[in-house]
Design a protein around this ligand. Structure first.
Ligand code: SF4
Ligand code: SF4
Length: 318
């Protein structure tokens, strides 16, 4: 598969990447061997780009996959914490748990509207130091927010932007409200023009657009400034199709079997603490009349971000 340079970083990635969140314990919860084999399969078929994060708890799958192949993919990880020391720990944990000497890309995970960027000054300073020390090759942010994406274009130390975008604007945020795909596309172009590497998440809006597979991918891959699209993958067949898409050999009439991810909050287990409501970046969880958490399926992107914060594991992805 062809490779594209991520901005001015010198890092080359395939036009599609494997978002490893899918295999982990908040989503498919594949056994270690099975998940690792899937990652290995994707690498051997030609995908050279993996996305993970501290809180996905998927480092073991990558470590095991790498033990069974000589391929060294580009690996991106991320951390939600604000402070220097917490980020330092996150980087060392990623290196240790994946048995790596360096990580290609490390990001502030899911930067939200102001003042979140300012709050994370310590964590970003740590990323800059890690880059100087050669532990990380490129640094930046992932975000669902148009305003954050716009701001990153003007920050020279940011190498990478990992924004959310899709053809229906699902999940795009701006300040406290929704943003549009046009606004995010403009921010992406501004970042690319400034030499940042940009790769996209949620092209399928968390499963809501999977039925329009080609159209959804065409929209994102056609945007100016996008080098790669990160896609959640749970089966070998999905690896094959996404590679065919990237190589232009996919059957144009292909429509995936839409076994969409689903989410359910067990009302018997929920204790109404509100942590998931606070955590959901899309404001897709509300408190029902009983004071318990309930999902608005019209808005939910099935990203799985809420599940790990539930102290009683009442949130079930299936
Ligand atoms: S409810 Fe959970 S799965 Fe749905 S969008 Fe919010 S965080 Fe993601
Ligand atoms: S985090 Fe869990 S217990 Fe708390 S409101 Fe959400 S589902 Fe209920």
């Amino acid at each position: 598969m062809k490779k594209i340079e991520l901005g001015n970083t010198g890092i080359e990635v395939t036009p599609v990447g494997f978002g490893v969140l899918t295999v982990g314990n908040t989503q498919l919860n594949l056994p270690l061997k099975e998940g690792a084999e899937l990652v290995q399969y994707a690498l051997e078929q030609g995908i050279n780009f993996l996305d993970t994060a501290q809180y996905y708890e998927t480092y073991p799958y990558i470590r095991e996959a790498l033990k069974h192949t000589d391929i060294r993919p580009v690996i991106c990880s991320k951390c939600l914490d604000e402070g220097y020391q917490e980020m330092e720990y996150a980087i060392s944990q990623a290196l240790k748990e994946m048995e790596l000497d360096y990580i290609d890309i490390f990001l502030l995970h899911e930067v939200r509207a102001d003042p979140d960027w300012e709050n994370r000054t310590g964590a970003f300073r740590c990323l800059m130091d890690a880059k100087k020390a050669g532990l990380v090759k490129a640094i930046g942010v992932s975000t669902h927010h148009v305003d954050v994406a716009q701001k990153m274009a003007g920050i020279p130390e940011v190498d990478i932007l990992f924004p959310l975008i899709n053809m229906k604007s699902l999940g795009i945020r701006k300040g406290d409200g929704p943003g549009t795909k046009e606004e995010m596309a403009a921010a992406i172009k501004a970042n690319a023009d400034a030499g940042k590497g940009v790769f996209a998440m949620k092209a399928f809006g968390g499963g809501n657009l999977t039925g329009s597979y080609l159209e959804a991918l065409d929209y994102v891959s056609g945007l100016e400034g996008i080098s790669s699209i990160m896609v959640g993958i749970g089966k070998k067949e999905e690896v094959d199709r996404i590679i065919e898409y990237a190589e232009g050999t996919i059957d144009p009439s292909y429509v995936p079997d839409i076994a969409e991810k689903k989410i359910r909050i067990d009302q018997g287990d929920c204790e109404g603490c509100g942590d998931c409501i606070e955590r959901c970046p899309n404001k897709a969880i509300f408190r029902n009349r009983a004071g318990l958490a309930q999902v608005d399926h019209e808005i939910c992107l099935t990203c799985g971000y809420c599940a790990p914060v539930c102290p009683v594991r009442a949130i079930i992805m299936f």
